[in-house]
Design a protein around this ligand. Structure first.
Ligand code: ATP
Length: 573
């Protein structure tokens, strides 16, 4: 309420106090665009710090590339390159002149003469101790680096490029696909890696925040005689693309696919291991893809090229779009379906917009709704109350479970192949569960358990996948970790958590993965259907392994008996 001349403004300052009391600011109503919201809260999309931003950018681009190739049943060929950009090169890219430092003491990494003297003395003392110990033949610990001048505090910049052989994008859609937060083609009820219409835009927002540079997209669809090229950035306040260049170029080679390039701040040193780990796990779950990873730097010892070769041509089937299951819809969704349906009457609407409602079941449901409802009534004329009644009945009535036919799990063969190819274990077992349901959404759990192998640590090593995306963060809270650590009695399968190198691989696919957050980092442990399916899949693998382990033990014992027998025989004859 407006109070006109507010009493607060007339308050006299107290005696002896020099400060005048501040007038509280009126709160002003403001709106934020989705792009602004995500720019201010980029951590919820997995863009926490420069290192994690580099990792998530790679991830988002690779996952889009795989989604795109798989959508046209093309065996994926994906090339991802991270190129380190020197500060001077970066400055010249943005037209900034390199400047020599004039006032050194102004900088964060400035070291005074006294501090330098102290540091050098400490380094010399450390070296002396090392040399003495070496003379005495004592084992020496790696000396802890002496705190010296701070890291230059300078940002590192990287050009990230991802090229695929996928479907490409229609020329006119490209600006909105990359320059408007919450826009995409994967919102339907379908198993895809992408879901939110956010990832590529977050890479662009981060590039805009850290380097100010635009994103570049080249794309061509099958049999298209031109390549669409688009350079754009995003108007954060209005959440619309800001196009720098959008043109058609010649496509002599009839290439199809997409090439996306962004220049961002990052931190390769701290996130190198995570990025390589991600690529390796992606190779496990997609052995039918050819993945090429390159890191390019002026320091040639940092350069690397890793090829994850394709090991099979057998690709999981393309996931199918499905309709909503009546048990999974809420009021808003029912209203949206009514607004969008092409069906005229209630009977047709129920039959055609949902799975598992046949004609006679739809008639029974309508009968149950009450006297205000009839099969022939116009669906668009339903009142709000009538829609609430439909929703209530959907929640109480019994429906057949949705089928898992629309899903595309990796398949036991691919999972086993991926594990063997990347880990070379001594023993491996895999299991593929049948389709199950949570809150009306179908899901399938597949699992693998391995013993031994290359680069596998002692104890339980968890590998998690959701809609064929490797999940690397928030491991402790994830349903797979919790199940493997707390709910499996490993010793009852003759597997030792302390002496064996155990690999636990669990892949969940669904039309709706219940991720916690838009960063797609883990699946919570609160959905009992998923938790019990994960447990049962791991147990199935362990049961198979137990048989193999017992056979191995028996074979070893038999060999030992034979050896002893032959020893005795030679001794007494
Ligand atoms: N490499 C690509 N090939 C073809 N289309 C692409 C490619 N990359 C992005 N797209 C299109 O751009 C859209 C937006 O991509 P974006 O990464 O922002 O979101 P998403 O993949 O739909 O969802 P999520 O935010 O969950 O990753 C995608 O839905 C897709 O249609």
């Amino acid at each position: 309420m407006e109070t006109g001349g507010s009493s607060e403004s007339s308050v006299e300052p107290k005696k002896g106090k020099s400060k005048t009391r501040r007038k509280p600011k009126e709160s002003v109503l403001k709106q934020k665009s989705p792009a602004e919201f995500f720019a201010e809260n980029k951590n919820i999309a997995g863009f926490d710090n420069p290192g994690k931003c580099l990792y998530t950018t790679v991830r988002e681009l690779v996952e889009n590339a795989l989604d795109s190739a798989e959508s046209i049943s093309e065996l994926p060929v994906v090339e991802i390159t991270i190129e380190e950009i020197e500060r001077s090169e970066f400055n010249s890219m943005i037209g900034l002149v390199d400047r020599e430092r004039v006032d050194e003491a102004l900088y964060d990494d400035y070291e005074s003469a006294k501090a330098r003297e102290k540091r050098l003395a400490k380094e010399a003392r450390n070296q002396e101790i090392q040399a003495k110990n070496a003379l005495l033949g004592k084992k020496t610990k790696e000396p802890t680096p002496v705190k010296g001048i701070k890291g230059r505090g300078e940002a590192s910049f990287y050009r990230v490029t991802c090229k695929d052989n996928g479907k490409g994008m229609p020329h006119d859609d490209i600006p909105n696909m990359f320059g408007r937060v919450l826009s995409g083609t994967k919102y339907g009820l379908k198993q895809t890696r992408g879901k939110f219409g956010l990832g590529a835009k977050m890479a662009l927002i981060w590039s805009k925040m850290s380097t100010g540079l635009p994103i570049e997209i080249s794309s061509s669809m099958k049999a298209q005689n031109y390549i669409s090229f688009c350079r754009l950035d995003i108007d954060i306040h209005r959440n619309i693309p800001h196009i720098h260049l959008h043109e058609k170029q010649e496509n002599k080679e009839r290439w199809h696919g997409a090439k996306i390039q962004v220049v961002i701040e990052g931190n390769w040193t701290t996130y190198r291991a995570k990025i390589l780990h991600y690529m390796r796990q992606m190779a496990v779950i997609t052995p039918y893809a050819q993945l090429l990873f390159k890191f390019i730097s002026d320091a040639s010892d940092k350069n690397m090229t890793i090829k994850f070769a394709r090991r099979t041509d057998s690709m999981p089937p393309v996931p199918l779009e499905t309709k909503h299951h009546p048990s999974s819809v809420d009021l808003l969704l029912i209203k949206r379906l009514i607004a969008e349906t092409s069906k005229q009457n209630l009977l047709q609407f129920l039959q055609h917009e949902f799975v598992n409602i046949g004609k006679s079941y739809a008639e029974r449901l309508i009968g149950e709704m009450g006297p205000d409802f009839s099969p022939k009534m116009a669906v668009k004329s339903l009142t709000d109350q009538q829609i609430v009644r439909i929703h209530q009945l959907f929640r109480q009535a019994k429906f057949d479970d949705p089928s898992g036919k629309c899903l595309s799990p990796a398949g036991e063969y691919n999972l086993r192949l991926g594990i063997i190819k990347e880990l070379h274990p001594d023993l491996v077992s895999t299991y593929s569960g049948s389709a199950q349901v949570f809150e009306g959404h179908p899901f399938i759990v597949e699992a693998g358990v391995s013993i031994g192998g290359k680069d596998v640590k002692l104890g339980i090593n968890i590998f998690r996948f959701a809609n064929r995306i490797p999940l690397l963060f928030e491991q402790g809270a994830d349903v797979v970790t919790r199940t493997a650590i707390k709910r499996i009695n490993w010793s009852s399968y003759k597997i030792s958590q302390w002496q064996d190198k155990i690999g636990v691989f669990v892949s969940v696919v669904s039309t709706k993965i219940p991720f916690k957050g838009t960063g797609k980092e883990y699946i919570g442990d609160d959905i009992s259907e998923i938790a019990s399916a994960v447990k049962s899949a791991i147990q199935q693998c362990c049961t198979q392994l137990k048989t193999k382990i017992v056979k191995k033990i028996q074979a070893r014992e038999q060999q030992e008996r034979k050896r002893r027998l032959s020893w005795w025989t030679t001794k007494w004859h």
